[in-house]
Design a protein around this ligand. Structure first.
Ligand code: NCD
Ligand code: ZN
Length: 344
């Protein structure tokens, strides 16, 4: 039996760090295990310009615990007013590694997102020209589309038309939750990548709704049926270069989760690597874990893999069930099973 596991240091290709007190509390949880992360720009107000991304990057670096080598990879929030030249300059300077597309109203702090795609055409074309990836929150927002169908409908109605209209555009389908997305991603060329979260490898919609409502399992895109979870596990553990880890660790205080209309997001930064090791082990795919956490993402983003390593050992880890922040406690994602891999 394998009892230790050494991986190139992982990266997180989709992370919410927030700002202020929340940033200070959650950043060490990621920096402890991960080398780099793609930082989501959905602050209030959103990170829209290169100058805002630079300032946010400085706030993150100032909040880093002493002696950590963590590097934040910044993104810009695409709006209908985004200036293509500002985006290109931010990319050329090495500051910005992706642009994030939120359909307006799709999720937390997405009100400034895109409604009319004609108004972002010039930016997308510029991005295709310079190879800057577009990270896509892939859900339609139409009230007549069932929330469990919003990802599959987005692929047909929005994603595929955008890609056809913008040849060369490099796209990340983020936090995919359906077999439809897995199949679409598999069928494309290497200008397309897809991230998979930790929690979507573990929970299906029953975890949220059966036997009582569990707000800590509510995130967007919402977890789907078990057959979709299984398709995600198959994709993540396959070793295919198309799929890589983006935790979408999205902290909200318990006070904001446990409301009549609670916030969407699972906080997984703390225990993600222990959970993933177990998911891969159960599939007899531990030899593919490093590709998913540490190699496929840098490959897509055209960055070198990290050169240092982390080691996990087969023993029960000791994670807290919540972390304290000056805004109040944040519950750590509960995978619902006892963890058996510990990060040394
Ligand atoms: C994210 C958040 O809280 O910012 N929530 C979530 O459920 N994933 C937004 C997002 O990535 O959709
Ligand atoms: Zn997210």
């Amino acid at each position: 039996m394998t009892t230790t596991l050494t991986l190139r240091r992982p990266d997180d290709w989709h992370l919410h760090l927030r700002d202020g007190a929340m940033l200070r509390a959650v950043l060490p949880e990621t920096a402890r295990h991960f080398g780099r992360a793609i930082i989501m720009p959905n602050l209030v107000p959103p990170v829209v310009t290169a100058a805002q991304a630079m300032a946010y990057r400085e706030r993150i670096c100032a909040a880093l615990p002493e002696g950590t080598g963590f590097t934040p990879l910044m993104t810009l929030y695409l709006t209908e007013d985004t200036n293509p030249e500002d985006v290109a300059a931010a990319h050329a300077s090495g500051l910005v590694h992706a642009v994030k597309l939120y359909p307006a109203g799709a999720t937390t702090n997405s009100a400034s997102g895109v409604s009319n795609f004609d108004n972002v055409r010039a930016t997308l074309e510029r991005m295709a020209g310079i190879g800057l990836p577009l990270c896509v929150h892939g859900e339609v927002t139409d009230s007549d589309i069932d929330i469990f169908d919003r990802e599959a409908v987005f692929i047909d109605r929005v994603l595929d038309p955008i890609r056809r209209a913008t040849p060369g555009l490099r796209v990340v389908m983020e936090h995919i939750t359906t077999s439809d997305a897995v199949e679409y991603a598999r069928a494309q060329g290497d200008d397309l990548g897809a991230t998979i979260t930790t929690h979507h490898l573990v929970i299906n919609r029953n975890h949220i709704l059966a036997g009582g409502i569990r707000p800590h399992y509510y995130c967007l895109p919402v977890a789907k049926r078990e057959q979709h979870r299984q398709a995600l596990v198959t994709a993540a553990t396959s070793g295919s270069a198309r799929f890589f880890l983006g935790t979408d660790s999205a902290p909200h205080t318990d006070a904001n989760k446990l409301l009549p209309c609670g916030c969407a997001g699972c906080f997984t930064a703390t225990n993600t690597l222990s959970i993933l090791a177990q998911v891969f082990e159960e599939q007899n795919a531990l030899e593919h874990l490093e590709r998913f956490t540490s190699l496929n993402g840098p490959g897509f983003y055209r960055l070198p893999a990290n050169t240092d390593t982390i080691t996990l050992e087969k023993s029960a880890p000791d994670y807290p069930d919540h972390i304290e922040t000056d805004d109040g406690p944040v519950t750590v994602f509960d995978p619902g099973f006892a963890l058996t891999w510990k990060v040394l």
